[in-house]
Design a protein around this ligand. Structure first.
Ligand code: NAP
Ligand code: COA
Length: 261
């Protein structure tokens, strides 16, 4: 552990996408540093299994709260259950996302809407519902998981790039409006992270090694490297960091993604 192990003692985290991949890693790191957690996603059995695994690994409590971030009523129910069972929501992580490779010329209307719905609308839905229920009166930390796709432009990613640009914009707007209430809002923009669903979709097979060799540090990131950043941003050590999205990508976006790859 790089941080003191009680740095988040007594905090409660609500993590969308916490049943898998990067956000499961973030949840584990928050729990290892003292937080209890609720994880949200659509697939209840996978979520339940992840919650049990996280409890075993950390010794802290983890609640599975299934919901679809596109459906505000399900988000509200998940947050209500978290409040009833864990007693608060100090850290909200918006990690739920959907993505696939598709050229803009072949992407259906509904394909674009679906990814915007999960990433962008879903992030707003969760922030808004958590604000009403807890954050407005108690303050807290919001972490929006973004990406670097839209810093330049990324082929076959018009949907996810637009969605993450919206997420980054929301990070700034919410920071502006909610800062005086003691709500700190920031984003994390991971680059390519090894052993994740995201990279298996965006860089299948041999492409993965080819893209990894282009990263200035010579490799993909690791889930725990993003998780450590989340612990830092959730902690008081980051008390002056507000309204910004921190890139953790080993310099990858400086190089960009080739048009033909
Ligand atoms: P992942 O394991 O597939 O995580 C996505 C999560 O979102 C899943 O747990 C999924 O659970 C949940 N989800 C999807 N649609 C949902 C919905 N409508 N409502 C509630 N939950 C929903 O992917 P990952 O690669 O770890 O990515 C995690 C985050 O990091 C995402 O925000 C992604 O954009 C970002 N990111 C990843 C990379 C990378 O290299 N992997 C790079 C940059 C940014 P259910 O299926 O159960 O709903
Ligand atoms: N290429 C092009 N279009 C695709 C696609 C692909 N690989 N996958 C889905 N779509 C389109 C569908 O065709 C559909 O559009 P249509 O009605 O015009 O045919 C639209 O997207 C919605 O698909 P659907 O499967 O009904 O959506 P869903 O809400 O059940 O699932 C997804 C959402 C598509 C994002 C799904 O891949 C998912 O659940 N992803 C979560 C995990 C993930 O993406 N992890 C990586 C995070 S970076």
């Amino acid at each position: 552990m790089v941080f003191r192990e009680d740095i988040l003692a007594g905090k409660v985290a609500f993590v969308t996408g916490g049943g898998s991949g990067i956000c499961k890693g973030i949840t584990e790191a928050l729990m290892r540093h003292g937080a209890t957690a609720a994880i949200a996603g659509r697939q209840a059995p996978r979520l339940e299994a992840a919650a049990r695994e996280l409890e075993e690994r950390t010794g802290k409590r983890c609640l599975a709260t299934p919901c679809d971030v596109r459906e505000p009523a399900t988000v509200e129910a998940a947050l209500d259950r978290t409040l009833a069972e864990l007693g608060g929501i100090d850290i909200v992580v918006n990690g739920a996302a959907g993505n696939f490779l598709a050229p803009a010329s072949q992407l259906s209307y509904n394909g674009f809407r679906t990814v915007m719905g999960i990433d962008a609308l879903g992030t707003f839905n969760v922030c808004r519902a958590a604000f009403d229920r807890w954050l407005r009166d108690h303050g807290g930390v919001i972490l929006n998981i973004s990406a670097t796709l839209h810093y330049g432009a990324t082929p076959m990613q018009v949907h996810a790039s637009a969605a993450k640009a919206a997420v980054d914009s929301m990070t700034k707007s919410l920071a502006l409006e909610w800062g005086k209430l003691g709500i700190r809002v920031n984003g994390i923009a991971p680059g390519p992270i090894a052993d994740t669903e995201g990279m298996s979709r965006l860089a299948p097979g041999d492409l993965s090694a080819k893209l990894a060799s282009r990263v200035p540090i010579g490799r993909y990131g690791r889930i725990e490297e993003i998780a450590n950043l989340a612990v830092f941003l959730a902690s008081d050590a980051a008390s002056l960091i507000h309204g910004t999205t921190i890139v953790a990508d080993g310099g990858a976006w400086l190089v960009g993604t080739p048009l033909e790859y």
